[in-house]
Design a protein around this ligand. Structure first.
Ligand code: NDP
Ligand code: GDR
Length: 340
């Protein structure tokens, strides 16, 4: 039985990847952080499944800031694949806690790679790299050959993680791959990321629990896919004969405003817009009620305006393609939040 270790298993992607690997018959191990309250909400159903046991699913306390703990976990479980999904993953928050973000996202990656070198250099390694690496637009669409220009402490930390992964592949012959994943969302997306903020806000408005949704930059364009599709690409990368880096994206881009329009439309509210910049408002066209407004506190000191990925290489070499369209993704998230 193949054994995998996932860091960041309590996050959105960790939960989908754990399901995928268990379905493939893997023994799945996850590294979790000690928390003052429960943080296993996204994987509790897998822990419950243990009672009816399909494949073993085991959690271990550890942290990407703790090299000793990582070495102990690796020695104990002897995984053949490691998926490094753990990170301080919020771009806006990284401006407030840049040093911590660098410690976890950048140095955490080299700590894990060093543990692999120490414990077993034949372990295959997946690094959760990000389209945030592209930052300031150099080229559209963005592919594996597009130059990087990171625009946040998060992206700069992920840039280090990207290159240290490449370096360990070249210097020590490790089987180490970067997946340069564009934004991917789901009903399990953290509620402070814009898509889920919109769909939870909309559900609250419909239930009368919230009057308005307050957002930041409505003009930002993102290439949004479904997280369930994207974890399949991670797994495929580690099954290759040779380690390589891949862009994973849908090849479509939409503004935050378009995401709002489609979400509200799907809930039966036709939106129209008035005003500009900070004064822009999203209005219920039937009643004239203001449902969306803009507040500068959600703006970033430096923004990434446009992301649009070209995943031709993944299509050719991994046989990977996204299955869920933008419209289907928005509708899935709107419906899931309305049913809570
Ligand atoms: P989430 O924010 O949902 O999950 C992040 C995970 O990392 C959580 O399990 C969190 O644990 C864990 N974590 C945070 N700090 C540490 C630490 N110090 N040590 C160990 N674990 C830690 O992120 P996603 O699932 O959305 O993303 C997964 C990875 O992919 C991240 O690295 C992210 O940066 C990257 N990425 C995500 C994209 C996306 O669109 N979703 C696109 C491109 C890259 P806890 O639950 O305790 O907070
Ligand atoms: P992003 O995702 O920064 O792309 O990083 P996020 O959903 O936070 O922002 C997307 C865009 O929406 C704009 N925006 C807002 N964002 C948030 N969070 N809240 C708001 O109220 C709001 N209003 C407008 C943002 O300015 C931005 O332009 C995500 C994370 O998952 C990273 O870990 C990952 O690497 C990248 O995607 C790819």
């Amino acid at each position: 039985m193949k054994k995998a270790l996932i860091t960041g298993i309590t996050g959105q992607d960790g939960s989908y990847l754990a399901e995928l690997l268990l379905d493939k018959g893997y023994e799945v191990h996850g590294m979790i952080r000690r928390n003052s309250s429960f943080n296993t909400e996204r994987i509790d159903h897998l822990l419950d499944d243990q009672l009816h046991a399909r494949s073993p699913f085991v959690l271990h306390y550890g942290d990407l800031t703790d090299h000793g703990a990582m070495c102990r976990i690796l020695n104990k479980i002897e995984p053949c694949e490691i998926y490094n999904l753990g990170a301080q993953s919020h771009v806006r928050v990284s401006f407030d806690i840049p040093e911590f973000t660098g410690d976890v996202d950048a140095l955490g990656t080299v700590r894990l790679l060093e543990s692999i070198r120490d414990v077993n250099p034949s372990i295959r390694f997946y690094q959760a790299s990000s389209s945030e690496l592209y930052g300031l637009v150099q080229e559209i669409p963005q592919s594996e050959r597009t130059p990087f220009y990171p625009r946040s402490p998060y992206a700069v930390a992920k840039l280090y993680a990207y290159w240290i992964t490449v370096n360990y592949r070249e210097a020590y012959n490790l089987f180490a791959c970067n997946g340069i994943l564009f934004n991917h969302e789901s009903p399990r997306r953290g509620k402070t990321f814009v898509t889920r903020k919109i769909t939870t806000g909309l559900a609250n408005i419909l239930k009368g629990k919230q009057d308005q949704l307050v957002l930041g930059n409505l003009d930002a364009k993102r290439d949004w896919g479904f997280a369930g599709d994207y974890v399949e690409a991670m797994w495929r990368m580690l099954q290759l004969d040779q380690p390589e880096d891949f862009v994973i994206a849908t090849g479509e881009t939409h503004t935050v405003r378009e995401f709002c329009e489609h979400a509200f439309q799907h809930a039966g509210i036709p939106l129209s817009w008035t005003g500009e910049g900070m004064d822009e408002k999203g209005i219920d066209s039937r009643t004239g009620k203001v449902l969306i407004s803009v507040n500068e506190k959600y703006f970033r000191p430096s923004e990434v305006d446009l992301l649009l990925g070209d995943s031709t290489k993944a299509c050719t070499k991994l046989g990977w393609q996204p299955k869920v369209s933008f419209k289907e993704l928005v509708e899935m998230m709107v419906e899931a939040d309305q049913s809570i």
